[in-house]
Design a protein around this ligand. Structure first.
Ligand SMILES: O=P(O)(O)OC[C@H]1O[C@H](OP(=O)(O)OP(=O)(O)O)[C@H](O)[C@@H]1O
Ligand SMILES: Nc1nc2[nH]cnc2c(=O)[nH]1
Ligand SMILES: [Mg+2]
Length: 164
């Protein structure tokens, strides 16, 4: 994301659950049963839990990827904090993340699990080439606010004289 980001898209728990179930249905139609899932922490954890329940998968691996800024003007460089040992080269596994934005995280993980299928809930155009499945496209200049990023807040009424 660039500093020019101006739009936000709020995703509720209900919406996220519906989208994850829709993704599960699409995956069941297009792939044989998966041996297991690899959740990209942390954002992929809750989508992976919902998919695991729907797909009947009990083997859940994780890969923890952290990104840090490179030299000024260069793309951030991911590195692995925890490798997905149980997933081998990814054959028979489904990689799960919440979204692809620049695609840097997805590309990095796919290089390490070249035979795995990749799925996420939301995809921005730059990240789309790096995912096999997604549920909804989001504009590149939009920041997705997940339910775990937000909390309900009091909003004053438009009529400031009625603070009821
Ligand atoms: O396509 P990209 O530009 O790489 O962005 C997408 C990644 O960014 C977020 O994770 P983040 O690294 O912020 O960590 P988190 O999952 O722990 O919140 C999100 O969960 C994706 O994993
Ligand atoms: N929460 C959140 N994390 C991100 N990481 C990269 N893009 C996004 C986004 O749109 N929303
Ligand atoms: Mg993430």
């Amino acid at each position: 994301m660039t500093p020019a980001t101006v739009h936000y898209a709020t995703v509720t728990w209900d919406q996220l659950h519906r989208d994850a179930r829709q993704l599960a249905a699409a995956l069941m139609q297009t792939h044989p049963p998966f041996k297991g899932l690899v959740a990209i922490t942390r954002g992929g954890l809750i989508p992976a839990a919902i998919l695991a329940r729907e797909l009947g998968c009990r083997l859940i691996e994780t890969i923890s990827v952290a990104s840090y800024a490179g030299e000024a003007g260069t793309q951030h460089e991911p590195h692995t904090l925890k490798a997905p040992e149980a997933a081998g080269d990814g054959e028979g596994f489904l990689i799960v993340d919440d979204l692809v934005d620049s695609g840097v995280t997805a590309r990095y993980v796919r290089e390490r699990l070249p035979k795995a299928v990749f799925a996420c809930l939301y995809a921005k155009p730059e990240g789309m080439p790096f995912t096999d499945h997604y549920v909804m496209e989001v504009a590149q200049d939009t920041w997705v606010l997940f339910p775990w990023d937000t909390a309900p807040l009091f909003v004053p009424p438009l009529n400031k004289n009625d603070q009821g």
